[in-house]
Design a protein around this ligand. Sequence first.
Ligand code: G3P
Ligand code: CA
Length: 314
Amino acid sequence: MNILSKQHLCRLLSGAVAVLGLLTLASAQSNTKILIAHRGASAYAPEHTLAAYRLAIEQGADYVEQDLGVTRDGVLVCLHDDSLERTTNVREIFPGRFVEEQVNGRMRQRWRVRDLTLSEIKQLDAGSWFGAEFAGSQVPTWQEAIDLIRGSAGLFPELKSPGDYRSLGIDMPSLVIDLLRRNGLDTAGADTDTPVILQSFDETSLRRLASELPTLPRVFLIGNVSRQTVITNTRLQEMATFATGIGPAKEIVLAQPDLVERAHALGLTVMPYTFRSSATNSLDNLEKEMRHFLFTLGVDALFTNNPDRFPRQP
Ligand code: G3P
Ligand code: CA
């Protein structure tokens, strides 16, 4: 029997990792378009509740998105905002637990996720703000979301504000990596019914994920603030060193539609956000808008609050 040298083995392993990554990219860039339920089916149920995730699955989502925050006791929970007052009754339940922070030039009282423990957050009602029929819905932990979605759709977690957590000594990427490992979902193809794509606006976190979870696809989000900034090929090449795809605000793609082809040429997928019935959209009609992005501009996937209206065909 041949005994492989350590160096040879390393070369073989890194080759296998690269092939897996390419296969993932190739499938993401095929003609099959990918439906990502943005915060669940959030047009119809309170965002980031199990009800919204369940409905997204029923409406045929390929992936269900979770925005992630970290509680005071270090648990990953699903919530879009860094604070709880918009989508829960935290003001009523914990009236004194706010901090005063400047938001858009105005002082605001904010009940930050990182200041409350999981057991405190679990006392909150995360559904009533949306509709009385959702009263009693809780903020789910990421583990609860995984347990619900696993086997029925993919997971599309976003690391929200990891830089803020970093400055407090909380290592958000580590928490995400650990939970994926504990669930056996830390490599591409580990559970074909539950693929995982990671996303963040934070380059540092994506670089870390690239080094620790090299086979999982990683989408670099690009926000509206950069709408006027042309994304050059040089910058795209840099992104391709730590990400496998980009997730631009849809306005960025409209302003520079050649971005899709330029990103594809570098092997990057393109997954713009957010397509929703509640906002004026570029073509007066949500289906038309989504069809335009998917089949005319050629994006690979899109984030929508309305999974039931995602057009599978041109
Ligand atoms: O993650 C894609 C999109 O959701 C980014 O925007 O603010 O809805 O998390 P946001
Ligand atoms: Ca998000």
